[in-house]
Design a protein around this ligand. Sequence first.
Ligand SMILES: [Fe+2]
Length: 252
Amino acid sequence: MDNLHRDRLAARFSRRDLLLATAGVATLGAAASTRAAEPAAASAPTAATAAPAGPFTLPALPYADGALDPVISANTLGFHHGKHHRAYVDNLNKAIAGTVFAAMPLEKIIAATYGVADKTAVYNNAAQHWNHSFYWRSLSPQGGGEPPAALRHKIEASFGSVAACQKELLTAATGQFGSGWAWLVQEGDKLAVSHTGNADSPLSKGSKPLLTIDVWEHAYYLDYQNRRADYVNAVLAKLLNWGFAADNLGSA
Ligand SMILES: [Fe+2]
């Protein structure tokens, strides 16, 4: 990536920070960027334990490890949050120690390292920290069902129906080759579905994420083995947090 492109990308993230500051995504961004004790999430019985010295900390889950069972078992959630997400946070702290990134908000680290060949480790761990913090809030023990009216109207305008939107999410999730993420995003006044590989997210494409589904194997393999479609269908039916997506809607 040339310097001009990188500067433009960083500037776009700066503008996005201002936009997101008035939307629900800001809640996620703030939580994922927390540099001291995490704010207590509503009814968050899974406390974040002490992390190694570093600016970023593992956010507590917004529900108990077993709250998403049987769609996602406590075993899967415990490993996913307590091992995988924690490793991204710990590795990020190690990678940025003593660098200019140690003083940056998470979103700025992601923007500054996207596409930079010798900053791949920083980018991957920062982006995965952001993605996972967003994913936990994209799920809810009371999820599934119908989206709130304002979101439902936008979904119907963009996809025709909620069912059609869910079908596109399933196609994106199962069509992602290898590890990655499926996303519902806002692009101006329209909603769209996309998928990204590895640690990438729509943030780097200029879209506003509304919700995501993790389709890395670590998200489902203990419960579903290779049956990714079964995991995604169950999440769509029982766990998808439409309220979180509605909170993230903005005027971007
Ligand atoms: Fe994951």
